[in-house]
Design a protein around this ligand. Structure first.
Ligand SMILES: Nc1nc2c(ncn2[C@@H]2O[C@H](COP(=O)(O)OP(=O)(O)OP(=O)(O)O)[C@@H](O)[C@H]2O)c(=O)[nH]1
Ligand SMILES: [Mg+2]
Length: 218
C-alpha cells in the first residue's frame, strides 16, 4: 500500500514521515522546506497468527519478530499545497502527480491553528484549521479537473466515434487506479452515462471530478 501525505506547508508532513520511516529528512518552521518528494517505508505492527496455527511465520513482505508482524507501508511526503495551487500559487499542483499511485492520502493538519493558509506562523488559535480541510479538497478536485482538461479534446473526438463514456474515462483514469466499475457508478449517480461529452457543461465536468476524487483516495 502507498500512502501519500498532503497538507499546506509547515504543518509537519515531513516530521510525520520521519517518525514513521526513521529516514532523516529536512524539516523546518518555514514554508516549502520540502520540494522534492521523500519516499520511504514504514511498518504497521500487528499480532501474527503464527502462534495460533503453531507454525513459523515467513512473510513475503515485511518481517515477523516474536509473533509480531511488521507490515510494510510505503509513504510519500510531498511539497505543501496552498489555496490557488491549481492556478500556480505556491509551488503549484504539478507535484501531486507524484501521488497518482497512492491508495490513500493522509491530510496532515495543524490543529493548533498557529499557521495561516500558506504555512506562515500566526498566534496560536488565530487560524481555523477547518479552512485547510476545505481548501485542500478543493485543490485536489482542481488537480483531477486538470487531468481531465488535458484529455478533453481527445475524449470528445473519441466520443464522436460512438465510444461509451465509461470506456473513455476508464482509459483516462486507469493510471490513477480507478476501475471501470467506479467510473460507471460515478457517471450513473450524476446521470451522465448517456450524455454526449460535447454537451457536458463545465459544471458537469467539475462535478464528475469532485465525485471521482472521493473514490480515488478512500
Ligand atoms: N509543536 C509541534 N510542532 C511540530 C509538530 N510537527 C512538526 N512540527 C514543527 O513544525 C515545523 C514544520 O515541520 P515540517 O515537518 O518541516 O512541515 P512540512 O509540512 O513538511 O513543511 P513543508 O515541507 O514546508 O511543506 C518544524 O519546525 C517542526 O519541528 C507537532 O506535532 N507539534
Ligand atoms: Mg516537508
Amino acid at each position: 500500500m502507498l500512502i501519500g501525505l498532503v497538507g499546506k506547508p509547515s504543518v509537519g508532513k515531513s516530521t510525520f514521515f520521519q517518525a514513521i520511516t526513521s529516514i532523516p529528512v529536512a524539516r523546518a518552521d518555514y514554508p516549502f522546506t520540502t520540494i522534492e518528494p521523500n519516499h520511504g517505508v514504514g511498518y504497521v505492527e500487528i499480532e501474527c497468527v503464527d502462534k495460533e496455527f503453531g507454525v513459523k511465520c515467513n512473510p513475503r513482505t515485511g518481517f515477523c519478530i516474536n509473533s509480531r508482524r511488521f507490515v510494510p507501508v510505503e509513504i510519500l511526503d510531498v511539497a505543501g499545497l496552498v489555496p490557488g495551487a491549481h492556478e500556480g500559487k505556491g509551488l503549484g499542483n504539478k507535484f501531486l502527480d507524484d501521488l497518482r499511485k497512492a491508495d490513500v492520502l493522509i491530510h496532515i493538519v495543524d490543529a493548533s491553528g498557529s499557521t495561516n493558509e500558506v504555512g506562515e506562523k500566526v498566534p496560536v488559535g488565530s487560524y481555523d484549521p477547518l479552512n485547510d480541510v476545505l481548501f485542500l479538497e478543493e485543490e485536489l478536485n482542481h488537480w483531477i479537473k486538470g487531468i481531465l482538461n488535458g484529455n478533453w479534446q481527445k475524449l470528445i473526438r473519441e466520443s464522436g466515434m460512438n465510444k461509451k463514456n465509461e470506456d473513455l474515462f476508464t482509459n483516462v483514469f486507469s493510471g490513477l487506479g480507478l476501475s471501470r466499475f467506479v467510473i460507471q457508478k460515478t457517471l450513473n449517480s450524476l446521470e451522465l452515462v448517456e450524455k454526449k461529452l460535447s454537451e457536458w457543461s463545465e459544471e458537469e465536468q467539475f462535478s464528475f471530478c469532485k465525485k471521482i476524487d472521493c473514490c480515488l483516495f478512500s
